[in-house]
Design a protein around this ligand. Structure first.
Ligand code: GLY
Length: 406
């Protein structure tokens, strides 16, 4: 039997795919689906999220996006969802991402990004401000131009985790609601986990560590928490047709429309350790920038605000595969891409992606986004409190939030 530690979208996906492949599996998590997956916006956007020096991540993201339509259809069927509702039950939408620029500097940066994307052969279209507003009439007249990534998609992660839990339940996969306090080691190998409550421990043939930002508390893996604050606004009529992201004087914001009328506005990127407080400053910056791009957001009702912890790695690429310790497999460090990369993660562990496995192998050569040519630490909104790469210094508590991904 395999033990999967972590009931976020990654852990649940692995458990579901292992079970479908005929393997006995048990999931361990004190509160499945309530961590980073609960806070995530659900962008399946490898093209519009591409970052200088992160081509390996792009390759992984593109491959995983390709898997999403059949993954969602199989999940809906296994979970017993009505595939005709909410786009297959998980609100999967493939209407593309529109990346827009507010100021002259933002437009110049977007132009450079477009050059980079074209050099990589990515399908993007450069648009004028007027063309952007033709696609999204609620955009502000001040939007100067944009970049459409027509192949990008998004999904509702909360629906996905609910569907995964339902699918696992229907397959009879046990879910142990307990916190893992340590790994059981015998003769240099991992043989199970110890728990903070009854039954005290679980033994298995192998342990898959998918505990997100908490993974480093259980194993020797370089993963750190990167806080993201996000808000959900409720709109009687959808304000946007597609996912819109934008740069406002160097600060980044994205707006993701849900099928039920909600609009997700995100997200801060803060290096504050295990801090999940929602702060006035974080929400203020999100709303300030969102309003510059789509003024109508201020009319909307606030439905929910939440902070989650992304599991960041030094090179922003997840660790997927054997850990080097017998019995322990890693599936962690998905940072900004856990939802996008969940199908690929399970596929790599099942040996279905031999060519991509080396890119995310825990034993890959150590590189960082700050090490290559064209490296950037990104820009920040307000003070320079963090870096896009995560390779920079950690600000102390109380530092202003940083939102930067390029
Ligand atoms: N992928 C979006 C985020 O991490 O905020």
């Amino acid at each position: 039997m395999d033990l999967v530690v972590g009931g976020g979208i990654v852990g649940l996906t692995i458990a579901w795919r292992l079970s479908r492949a005929g393997r006995a599996v048990t999931v361990v998590d004190p509160a499945p689906g309530t961590g980073a997956s609960h806070a995530a916006a659900g962008m399946l956007a490898p093209v519009s999220e591409v970052t200088y020096t992160e081509e390996p991540l792009l390759r992984l993201g593109v491959a995983s996006l390709r898997r999403w339509p059949s993954f969602a259809a199989e999940l809906a069927a296994d979970a017993g969802l009505d595939a005709s509702t909410a786009r297959g039950g998980v609100d999967l939408r493939a209407d593309g991402t529109l990346d827009v620029a507010f100021g002259a500097d933002d437009l110049a940066a977007l132009g450079e990004l477009a050059d980079f994307m074209e050099k990589l052969g990515l399908p993007v279209e450069r648009l004028t401000g007027r063309e952007c507003r033709r696609l999204e009439p609620m955009l502000a007249p001040s939007v100067r131009g944009g970049l459409l990534a027509p192949g990008d998609a998004w999904v509702d992660p909360r629906r996905v985790t609910a569907a995964l839990l339902a699918a696992l339940d229907r397959r009879g996969v046990p879910l142990v609601r307990a916190r893992v306090s340590g790994l059981l080691r015998e003769g240099g190998a991992v043989r199970g986990v110890s728990l903070d409550r009854a039954p005290g421990e679980l033994r298995g043939d192998g342990v898959v560590l998918a505990a997100g930002a908490w993974s480093a508390e259980l194993a020797d893996v370089e993963v750190r928490p990167v806080k993201g604050q996000i808000m959900r606004l409720r709109s009687p009529e959808p304000l946007l047709r597609r996912c819109v992201r934008g740069t406002v004087h160097g600060a980044h914001v994205y707006l993701v429309p849900r099928g039920d009328g909600e609009l997700v506005v995100g997200a801060t990127q803060e290096e504050l350790g295990f801090d999940t407080r929602v702060t006035a400053g974080g929400l203020y910056e999100l709303l300030r920038d969102a309003r510059e791009l789509v003024p109508g957001v201020t009319e909307l009702e606030v439905a929910d605000v939440v902070a989650g912890l992304r599991p960041g790695t030094p090179d922003n690429v997840p660790y997927i595969g054997p850990s080097g310790t017998p019995g322990l497999t890693l599936a962690t460090g998905h940072h900004r891409g856990g939802v996008l990369l969940a199908p690929l993660t399970a596929a790599v562990l099942l040996g279905e992606e031999p060519e991509l496995a080396a890119l995310c192998s825990p034993s890959r050569p150590r590189t960082g986004p700050g090490t290559g040519p064209g490296a950037t630490t990104g820009t920040t909104s307000g003070a320079t409190s963090g870096t896009a790469s995560g390779a920079g210094p950690r600000p102390g508590p109380g530092s202003p939030p940083s939102r930067s991904w390029r």
